[in-house]
Design a protein around this ligand. Sequence first.
Ligand code: GDG
Length: 476
Amino acid sequence: MSADLVIVANRLPVDRVTLPDGSVEWRPSPGGLVSAIEPVMRANDGTWIGWPGGTEQDLEPFEADGLQLLPMSMTQAEIEGHYEGFSNGTLWPLYHDLVAKPEFHREWWDSYVSVNKRFAEKAASIASEGATVWVHDYQLQLVPQMLRELRPDLRIGFYLHIPFPPAELFQQLPWRRQILEGLLGADLVGFQLPGGAANFVRLVRQRVGHKTHRDLVYLPDGRTVRAAAFPISIDAAGFEKLALTEAVVDRSKAIREALGNPRKIFLGIDRLDYTKGIYARLRAFAELIEDGHLDVEDAVFVQVAVPSREQVEQYRILRDDIDRLVGRINGDLGRIGRPAIAYFHTSYPREEMAALYSAADIMVVTPYRDGMNLVAKEYVACRTEDDGALVLSEFAGAADELRQAWLVNPYDLNGMKSALLEAYRSEDKDLTRRMRAMRKTIRHHDVAAWADSFMTELGSVSHSSHAKAVRPAKRS
Ligand code: GDG
């Protein structure tokens, strides 16, 4: 097995599902990243290395929907140390502005190092001479350097999907230097926003002592590493098409009806994560009812909380907190057949997501910190009639592009209440003007443009003279 393009990510683009009869099936895991990378994978006969979930050992490479997939197995101890521990108990809260308190444990770090090493060795063993390897996200920040040591002939790109924090926070990390050096193994390090790239370059200068100039880092061995922003996006045309199918249009009407055809539907869809600001937004909505500005006869808040990282303590606490809050709000403010909040702790197929986006008048996205937030972009893509309002946190990467949203500070409850009310009372003309502008932005900058720009840039940065060129995906 040998590949000219290798994608290395914590998860594979498919999930391993064991059926009741014991047989195993692979289901495509939906999400922006898979649709983003799939066309590049196809154009280059790529191979994807990642964990399929679970603790099954000795998994064989396989093909799914024409994609070459190489599953990495994880032991229970590795899941606890690398995934739940260092990735989601240390890095995730640290990189999201300390929304929760990061924990620093030396055993977690050891596990992080050894899992990163296994991923790097696997990539090194299948990449062809001069191949391109694209490593993804915070779980694998040591892979670029480890891979570079094993295979200096490779062209290596790294992309971080979450924010890269300012030096003041990053320097708390006992292993800060190792992480920076790990990333510097790449030729190109990509971030969601220019601020993340600038934080990284500043830290490299201060902490590792390399010379830098603007977005370039000069290493003593003569290599140059570029750090730049590549804001991720969605398959806008795909979502638009889905929203226009008869099934989704019908389902969207059925959702409105099932909710009692209220005047306006508010919607939140998030992984159940403490960075997403679900608790505060539900409080803001409830207070608007208490204050008499909204009435449960006219307005309902649909909140979908997708189960996530359920083994991690802080996520369990959050779930309980939100369960209690929703119970209290509905108990205090709901009427028969009219809950204030319709709450669902589950995940849905893409069609149902599109129907929810189409049914909702006001989409509420209020993370305390978010790399990008694809849900905000998906909502916009599904508003084929140029209507609907988006209330969006200033601290989501998407706020840089979606300037016509009602931008809010999620820490400011009164500010959030005003924005929700303004969006609720807004005239159709204003909604259309804002939505048109946002739709234009999303159509123009879709996920194919994102992948192309990263690949093109990676192709042009300085690298070993052996490296082969990568073909960008054909645009549909
Ligand atoms: C990380 C960064 C960055 C959600 N529920 C269901 C479902 N989803 C899909 C959405 C969307 C994706 O999952 C979630 O992406 P987000 O961007 O909103 O948030 P994170 O999961 O935190 O993603 C983030 C992203 O990486 C990409 O770089 O934007 O900042 O944190 O596509 O539609 N999909 C289906 N059923 C669900 O129930 N089918």
